[in-house]
Design a binder for this molecule. Structure first.
Ligand code: THU
Length: 160
C-alpha cells in the first residue's frame, strides 16, 4: 500500500478588485446574472458567466421549481446553453457568484457535485482546461486553472 497525495493549486484574491480586467468583467457578469435567478424557495441566487474561445459570453442563473428536484443550478443552465448555441466553441473560463436573501455570502461559492461532474464532461470533451473563478457576493475570490482540480478521481468516458 502506498499513500498518495492529490492536491491542486488555487489563487486567492482578497476581493474582486484584485482580479485582472478580463476576469473582473466576467465576474461582474456572474454577479449580474444572480439577479436572473428564479429562487423563491431557497432564496439563494447563483450566477454563472462563461467566456468562450470565440469571444462570446454565456450566462446562467439557478431556476427553481415547486417540485424541488426539478430545479436547475446556474452552472448547468449556462454550460448547456453554451453547448446548444456554440457547440464547437471551447470554454475558456467560468465565473460563479452567489448571494442570499437570508445570509450574506461572503465566501467563495463551492459548486455542487453534480455541476462539477457536468462541467468536467465539457472540459474533457474540449481537451483544454477551463479556468474557474469562485466568489460570494463579497469577499475573497478563488481561481484555479482547471475544472478537474475541483473533481479529483473524476468519473469519465474512459470507464465506459
Ligand atoms: N445552486 C446553484 O445554482 N449552483 C450550485 O453550485 C449550488 C446550488 C442553487 C440550486 C438551488 O436553486 C439553490 O442554489 C440552493 O441550493
Amino acid at each position: 500500500m502506498i499513500t498518495k497525495n492529490i492536491s491542486f493549486e488555487v489563487q486567492e484574491y482578497n476581493d474582486i478588485e484584485e482580479l485582472n480586467i478580463e476576469d473582473r468583467k466576467l465576474m461582474d457578469l456572474a454577479v449580474l446574472a444572480t439577479k436572473q435567478a428564479y429562487a423563491p424557495y431557497s432564496e439563494f441566487k447563483v450566477g454563472a458567466a462563461l467566456l468562450l474561445d470565440n469571444g462570446e459570453i454565456i450566462v446562467g442563473a439557478n431556476q427553481e421549481n415547486a417540485a424541488y428536484p426539478s430545479g436547475m443550478c446556474a452552472e448547468r443552465v449556462a454550460i448547456w446553453t453554451a453547448g446548444v448555441k456554440y457547440p464547437e466553441a471551447k470554454i475558456t473560463k467560468l465565473c460563479i457568484s452567489a448571494s442570499s436573501l437570508k445570509n450574506p455570502v461572503d465566501q467563495p461559492l463551492a459548486p455542487c457535485g453534480a455541476c462539477r461532474q457536468t462541467l468536467s464532461e465539457y472540459e474533457i470533451k474540449q481537451n483544454k482546461n477551463m479556468e474557474i473563478l469562485l466568489m460570494g457576493e463579497t469577499g475573497k475570490v478563488l481561481k484555479t486553472n482547471s475544472l478537474l482540480n475541483l473533481l479529483p478521481l473524476a468519473f469519465d468516458k474512459e470507464f465506459l
